[in-house]
Design a protein around this ligand. Structure first.
Ligand SMILES: [Zn+2]
Length: 391
């Protein structure tokens, strides 16, 4: 049987092969349901997300999958939620009697996490990119006494360092654990203007959104520092005053293979952060197609897509629902159709295939992190094919 016969599920069979238009319409119908107003943008922890998960369960069942969560098809998890309260927050750069009151929102923004303390005052050291990469014998933290201090850094890294290594070392987990090992209690992260990231105003307003973290991340989880602050590069001048260096000097070295200079700053940083806190629960959806080979069926190939999106917010063209049709109803529709195609092909793969619709992706991949820390199957996960924004 040719591979595409697998697509010839009931309703789309024709004598000359699969009816691609009908298959496309069915894929699109999943997108339509998941991106509908009724799903309210599928925000992690919301009733709209729960309704979307119900739909995925129905479709997984229709595709012949068996439940593989901890509660049927569901894998529930709990989150801590904290939200910054700017009215109770302040940031001062103190140089003797001279105090620079930082304009929060414009110049800098606290990054609230489950580790955030309400007040911290400490000396600060500029640590360049702040990267520790033992494999490359590269360490911006080597030889610095960061104990009890703020580490001030610019995001990014030398231009000749590979992008995946830079991305890995700058993940919140890696960054916090390297700085914590070096003794730092706070992080001031200056946005790198040479890297295409979110523009400062969007980044700053994003930091006002509720921040979710897993209550139980499992081994190797994220243990954030007591204080984190994002800094607008256009406003970072006062941080460097009196240090013998300027922000212009530092920023002009970006985009080259050179490491940045490292030096003590002449300011004490005094941060006060107000926040509210609460809790939330949500769930991944997990189904399995058991493998046919007795020797291999305990190995799993994971086919995943995130089900969550950004929920409801400031209206765009009059519409407050962020539908997430492409990101990522399209990916979830695809894993549903892949499951159906395999089911109706009659082919039984040798390894088990785990179909996983994860939550919390827009909250820094929390559903994936939870699944990796708490897999619902015992066999090894030998591969993961993840689909995001399929179009
Ligand atoms: Zn996505």
């Amino acid at each position: 049987m040719p591979w595409f016969a697998a697509m010839a599920a009931p309703g789309v069979r024709s004598p000359i092969g699969p009816d691609w238009d009908a298959l496309g319409r069915r894929w699109w119908s999943h997108v339509g349901v998941l991106a509908d107003d009724r799903m309210e943008g599928r925000e992690t922890g919301s009733p709209g997300y729960a309704r979307a998960a119900e739909y995925v369960i129905e479709q997984f069942r229709a595709a012949g999958l068996q439940p593989a969560g901890t509660e049927g098809f569901l894998q529930p998890m709990e989150f801590r939620v904290r939200q910054l309260d700017l009215s109770r927050s302040s940031l001062d750069l103190v140089r003797g009697a001279d105090i620079h009151r930082v304009a929060l929102g414009e110049e800098a923004m606290p990054i609230v996490s489950s580790g955030t303390v309400e007040q911290l005052e400490a000396d600060a050291i500029f640590v360049g990119y702040g990267l520790s990469v033992p494999e490359l014998h590269y360490d911006d933290l080597a030889g610095l006494d960061l104990r009890g201090k703020f580490a001030v850094l610019v995001r990014g890294g030398p231009s000749d360092m590979s992008a995946p290594i830079k991305a890995h070392c700058q993940s919140p987990e890696e960054r916090a654990s390297a700085l914590r090992r070096a003794g730092a209690v706070g992080l001031i992260s200056i946005v790198n203007p040479t890297i295409p990231e979110l523009p400062w105003p969007r980044l700053a307003s994003g930091l006002l959104m509720p921040r979710m973290e897993l209550r139980d991340p499992g081994p190797g989880g994220y243990h954030p520092l007591p204080m984190g602050i994002a800094y607008n590069p256009e406003s970072a001048g006062p941080l460097f005053e009196g240090s013998g260096h300027t922000v212009e000097e530092v920023l002009s070295a970006l985009g080259t293979p050179a490491a940045l200079p490292r030096f003590p700053l002449a300011v004490r940083v005094r941060a006060r952060v107000g926040f509210s806190q609460g809790a939330a629960t949500c769930h991944n959806v997990v189904g399995v197609l058991p493998g046919a080979d007795p020797a291999l069926k305990d190995e799993y190939v994971v086919v995943s897509a995130h089900l969550d999106h950004l929920g409801v917010g400031t209206p765009i063209n009059g519409d407050p629902v962020y539908h997430g049709a492409i990101d990522n109803a399209s990916g979830v529709a695809s894993i549903i159709e892949i499951a159906r195609a395999i089911h109706y092909s009659g082919i039984r793969p040798r390894r088990s295939i785990l179909f996983l619709a994860v939550t919390g992706e827009e909250k820094f991949l929390l559903g994936s992190e939870y699944f990796a820390g708490h897999p619902t199957v015992t066999g090894p996960l030998v591969a993961n094919i993840n689909l995001d924004s399929v179009w």
